[in-house]
Ligand binder design. Structure first.
Ligand SMILES: [Zn+2]
Length: 249
């Protein structure tokens, strides 16, 4: 076992969820689900992170404050679920993912979870979301089906936040499938919401979505670099809590 893995196994309130998911994965036939990597040979796809030596002190305290602040800021932000649309041009497309807590929390979580997972997931999972979102947009825009729009989106916030909080190390393809399905849901909502839109609106929300993924990835990578993956998990827990608030609000 890598030294970094030993250092990163601090107890966390949601550890039980991660253990449960791991146990579930281990019950499946070998080859269907890759077990948690136990040696560098198995984890060629996800090279272990080498966090900087933990120096503690002021920088760490500030990091923790920022993470806590973000986690608590995310939940009330959820109160404004999903704003309407004034127009369907590039500017509104750019603004939309940032203005609705449901989109924002899910998209940030994709980045955070991908950062925790590491390896190819850091590119493949956000790319899967964006690609599937474009397909979902086309479906909603040109071939709407009788499908509830908001429940799958709220489910995406809760599930992606919880998987981040649990630091669930799902296989790359399982993550791509799950994240892709959620991406379709978000894109479908945009397609339904944006009748008669040109290319500006979809281009705008694609760019903003990629930016939110990048913010999540960057924050996740930075916190791990400081040897504080539990703060990434805390942000995921905040997103999941925000999703739950949205669901019952
Ligand atoms: Zn929307």
């Amino acid at each position: 076992m890598q030294e970094s893995e030993v250092r990163n196994t601090k107890p966390f309130p949601l550890d039980g969820v991660g253990v449960g998911l791991g146990a579930l994965a281990n019950r499946l036939p070998k080859g269907v689900v890759r077990r948690r990597p136990c040696c560098p040979v198995n984890s060629a796809d996800a090279p272990p992170l080498q966090p900087l030596p933990h120096r503690g002190g002021e920088a760490c305290r500030r990091l923790r404050q920022v993470a806590f602040g973000l986690a608590f800021a995310l939940a009330p932000a959820a109160a404004q679920a999903h704003p309407g649309h004034g127009a369907f041009d590039l500017a509104h497309g750019l603004a939309h993912p940032f203005s609705g807590a449901d989109h924002m929390l899910a998209m940030l979580s994709v980045g955070l979870w991908a950062a925790l997972r590491g390896g190819k997931a850091r590119f493949a999972w956000p790319a899967a979301f964006v690609t599937a979102m474009v397909a979902g947009f086309a479906l909603g825009r040109f071939q709407p089906i009788a499908w509830p729009v908001e429940p799958p989106i709220l489910a995406s916030v809760i599930v992606l936040g919880a998987l981040t909080a649990a630091q669930a190390r799902l296989p790359l393809a399982v993550g791509v499938t799950l994240i892709g399905a959620f991406g379709v849901a978000h894109g479908y909502a945009h397609g339904i919401e944006a009748p008669g839109s040109g290319l500006g609106f979809p281009l705008g929300f694609v760019l903003s979505t990629a930016a939110l993924h990048a913010i999540g990835l960057g924050a996740g990578a930075l916190l791990q670099r400081f040897g504080r993956p539990e703060l990434v998990r805390l942000l995921g827990a905040g997103a999941a809590a925000g999703g739950l608030i949205l669901a019952v609000a």
